[in-house]
Design a protein around this ligand. Structure first.
Ligand code: FES
Ligand code: FES
Length: 885
């Protein structure tokens, strides 16, 4: 660093420090890059909108990403690392005991805020705590257990007895989250926290236009910048430049002469000695475009003569048809028919940890890839193909991520980091900023759905006809499967004899859409549940009653034609909320109800795997190797509990890993299947270890042994596949949720009753549902990612509408257990279903409140939405972002 740069002196965690900084350097950059501070995370710099980077500056909690480093001159700066050891222990115990963390990325900042609050207000109300967290965003927890944690922390600081984190690892116990203390304190590194000697930093150049021919890319100025070691474009890719989870239609770089298809397209990548230089070099790359009118509307995309957006397939990416019975005749005979169009919006995942990858050449010629993707073996496979090397030349390791929700299924920057590392021979870490993250990764599909639904005079459904059309954006990703899943969930958790469903995925120049929590089921349920409410009114029934009369039971047929043979808990969830529903209505409250089902397992003809290896280590621990991803949902803790239940060993002995020590590729952690199949594999492997222990061996006697189990699921059928017995999915989760509004039309309370099969860890189950309800309320009321000319109109986190702590109502979770014989200990997936019924329950409550039935999400015109602190988009938000590209 040049001596001409100004010197910054301050006290960091009690030590006098000095450093020379650039004028544009933030305090966050200084803390992370110069002093290796890990607890201050970068979720959105320099926007100051997520709170992950909070430290005490001059005794006050400050977001350090928006603070020029010079402002810290002469000040006391304290990060979470610098708190007294007792304080850190107390914080960790409180968050772990109350289950107040999932991915953990937001927690260190929240912990600092809480500690400061409690310094000044030892006994704050829950409302006061929630308000104090206004700057802080958590995308995982729904805040309920975070508030519980801070209340626990407050009580402990006041000297009240504190519950110890649970160390009982048996199935059904509330075992403390694996690595919970380290995550709470920010001490367990994410990819962007990891460094290597001589590590270079990457940056990318993205297309400025949603549709434009690339006439030239000039990298000469970028290459000439001191500190730059490598600049790559499509011409430098030695292997297969096009990749994708299903279709290979997504180029790692768009080449000169080709067309860019969205504003997240990669044109070049840079490696330099530091991130600042890499980003400066990326800005020096000059691209000449021939700009074309983007295709941004699905109707336009399907017109004759419309430009073909992606050269690998037509604009109609897929069409799913499900036809059973005679819908036209059944509708004609029906006592009541509703015919309505519902529309849902594009949703950004907004996980708190932006994408990051680190690739390091190893001495043996392999490349070590640290990925936070949702299917790291797929990342390795696709990266190896991109590099033109055999798959075994890429050793992949999962670094459990800071949230994903489906958005980290597709590759983002793993291949770019790998290519830069391969060409420079040095480790390269490439981390996206928030805007780049939003531009690149696939979203939840906006879908327009025209439903015609009939019932008889008693409210029993006779037929469902649905026409769905979803904007899947520029690349296939898993868009065809999302629309297939929307079609398969078109009738919700109800028996319907006559079904006629058509669902299309359409390619446009908008940002790609793919997997996001719910995977098509959210959209379909908003529509079918709305129709149920309208039919109930026509029949003179309550919302509860019409759902009860139609709810699936064992022996019934779902939309796809699958006959349910086991574990159907929808009626139990309806019974669980019946009293509350009736009581609140009788009290004159505006009440809405929504039901849902969601597949567990991809199914639809896919061959799926659960794989596990239990390795007895020489240090007396047992490594659990698996193929599914820990991404905040608590999978590692669940797998430990499966092993403890079988072996009787202490939970503290188990160490979960996901890396390519063994070839355990199970595909993406998607479809609410990781517990179902991964848990089954661990259980089976643990049974082999238990047999050796039962034979009189001590663990030490078994050191070096490997206990293997692979579970294959190959008995599902694809839609339309001729067969004797349709089985589209292994199993389903079921749910009923009730939304209660207050006298001003604000959401006062959500009660969520969920059939989880078996709650392996009730705290984790509740956390998944609470977090999903938070996401579902945002989906219902405030969240949106509108685009103009293929550009998101905003990258501002508050405008995107993810709810803050003070926006959240009371959420009560009721766990219902209807055991699933194909799941470990009866469990089935709970990762996605938590928000499937939410938007419909809110819409029903709003209709009860003001008589307005809303057919479009988000319901921003409603009193419930207007009461929220987020979600108002200023139309000029996009301008600075475009100027920066
Ligand atoms: S990184 Fe500073 S507030 Fe988000
Ligand atoms: S735990 Fe808060 S963002 Fe993941």
């Amino acid at each position: 660093m040049s001596l001409s740069l100004p010197e910054l002196r301050f006290r960091l965690n009690g030590d006098e420090v000095s450093v020379r900084t650039r004028d544009d350097e933030s305090l966050l950059e200084v803390l992370r890059e110069r002093f290796g501070i890990l607890s201050t995370k970068d979720g959105c710099s320099p926007m100051a909108q997520c709170g992950c980077c909070v430290a005490f500056v001059g005794g006050r909690p400050m977001v350090t990403c928006a603070m020029p480093a010079a402002n810290a001159n002469g000040k006391d700066v304290v990060t979470l690392e610098g708190l007294e050891a007792d304080a850190k222990d107390l914080i960790a115990r409180a968050f772990v005991a109350a289950g107040g963390l999932q991915c953990g990325f937001c927690i260190p900042g929240i912990a600092m805020r809480a500690w400061h609050l409690l310094d000044h207000e030892p006994d704050p109300s829950r409302e006061r705590i929630a308000k104090a967290l206004d700057v802080h965003l958590c995308r995982c927890t729904g805040y309920t257990k975070i508030l519980d944690s801070i209340e626990l922390l407050a009580a402990a600081r006041r000297g009240e007895a504190e519950p110890a984190p649970c160390d009982d690892g048996r199935v059904g116990a509330r075992l403390a989250r694996y690595q919970g203390a380290e995550l709470t304190l920010g001490a367990r590194p994410y990819v962007a926290d990891i460094t290597r000697p001589n590590m270079l930093h990457g940056a990318v150049v993205l297309s400025r236009h949603a549709r434009a021919k690339i006439l030239s890319i000039d990298t000469s100025e970028a290459r000439a910048l001191p500190g730059v070691e490598c600049v790559v474009t499509a011409a430098d890719v030695p292997g297969e430049r096009w990749y994708g989870l299903i279709e290979h239609d997504w180029p790692g770089f768009v080449a000169v002469g080709e067309e860019a298809r969205c504003v997240g397209d990669f044109l070049a990548a840079v490696a330099a000695t530091d991130e600042h230089t890499a980003r400066a070099a990326a800005r020096l790359v000059t691209v000449e475009y021939e700009v074309e009118e983007p295709v941004v509307d699905v109707t336009h995309a399907l017109r004759d003569g419309a430009p073909q957006v992606n050269p690998k397939h037509p604009n109609l990416l897929s069409q799913t048809r499900i036809v059973r019975g005679d819908s036209d005749a059944a509708l004609a005979r029906s006592a009541h028919v509703v015919d309505e169009t519902f529309t849902t919006q594009r949703i950004e995942h907004l996980y708190l940890e932006p994408e990051s990858a680190l690739a390091e050449p190893l001495r043996d010629g392999r490349l070590h890839l640290l990925s936070q993707g949702q299917g790291v073996f797929d990342d390795a496979r696709q990266t190896a193909a991109f590099l033109g090397v055999d798959e075994d030349r890429v050793f992949v390791e999962l670094v459990s991520n800071g949230g994903a929700f489906g958005g980290k299924e597709d590759m983002s920057i793993q291949p770019h980091a790998a290519l830069l590392a391969q060409l420079t021979g040095k480790p390269v870490r490439l981390t996206l900023n928030r805007e780049e993250s939003i531009r690149i990764h696939p979203k939840r599909h906006p879908i327009r759905m025209h439903y015609t639904v009939g019932c008889d005079a008693d409210g029993r459904l006779t037929a469902v006809r649905a026409r769905m059309i979803g904007d899947t954006g520029a690349y296939a990703s898993v868009g065809a499967k999302v629309l297939e899943r929307a079609a398969g969930h078109a009738c919700g958790p109800y028996r319907v004899a006559n079904v006629d469903i058509d669902a299309k995925a359409v390619v446009t120049n908008n940002p790609p859409c793919g997997a996001m929590r719910g995977f098509g089921a959210n959209q379909a349920h908003f529509a079918i549940e709305g129709c149920m409410d309208l039919l109930a009114e026509k029949c003179g029934l309550s919302g509860w009653e019409i759902r009860w009369r139609n709810a699936l039971e064992v022996g019934d047929t779902i939309t796809t034609g699958q006959v349910l043979e086991k574990s159907v808990g929808i009626k139990k969830t309806l019974l669980a909320i019946q009293d509350l529903y009736e009581r609140e209505r009788a009290a004159g409250k505006a009440v809405g109800i929504g039901c849902g089902l969601k597949n567990s397992g991809i199914g639809n003809g896919a061959v799926e795997w659960g794989k596990a290896r239990l390795v007895v280590e020489r240090d007396g621990t047992v490594a659990i190797y698996g193929g599914y991803t820990e991404m905040g949902q608590g999978l590692f803790t669940v797998l430990v509990q499966c092993a403890v239940e079988v072996t009787g060993l202490d939970a503290s002995l188990f160490r979960p890993h996901v890396d390519s020590t063994f070839a355990l590729g199970c595909g993406q952690t998607t479809g609410s299947r990781a517990t179902l199949f991964g848990g089954r594999a661990v259980k089976n492997a643990a049974e082999k270890l238990a047999a050796d222990l039962d034979a009189g061996n001590r663990l030490a006697d078994l050191a070096g042994r490997v206990y293997a189990a692979d579970v294959v699921i190959d008995d599902t059928t694809a839609p339309g596949q001729p067969c004797d017995k349709v089985k589209t999915h292994t199993t389903f989760g079921y749910a009923t949720q009730v939304c209660v509004l207050d006298e001003d039309g604000r959401v006062e309370r959500i009660v969520a009753a969920h059939d989880v099969g078996r709650a392996i860890n009730p705290t984790l189950c509740e956390g998944q549902i609470e977090g999903s309800v938070h996401m579902g309320l945002g989906y219902a009321l405030t969240e949106d990612l509108p685009c103009e000319d293929g550009w998101p109109v905003t990258f501002n986190m508050k405008e995107l509408g993810v709810l803050r702590a003070r926006d959240m109502p009371e959420v009560d979770v009721v766990l219902v257990e209807e055991p699933e014989p194909e799941g470990p200990f009866g469990a089935k997936g709970v990762g996605e279903i938590g928000l499937v019924p939410t938007a419909a329950a809110v819409a029903g409550a709003l209709a009860a409140f003001d008589g307005v039935r809303r057919f479009e999400l988000p319901m921003k015109d409603s009193p419930a939405a207007r009461a929220m602190s987020v979600g108002r988009i200023k139309r000029n938000s996009r301008t600075p972002s475009r100027a920066q590209t």
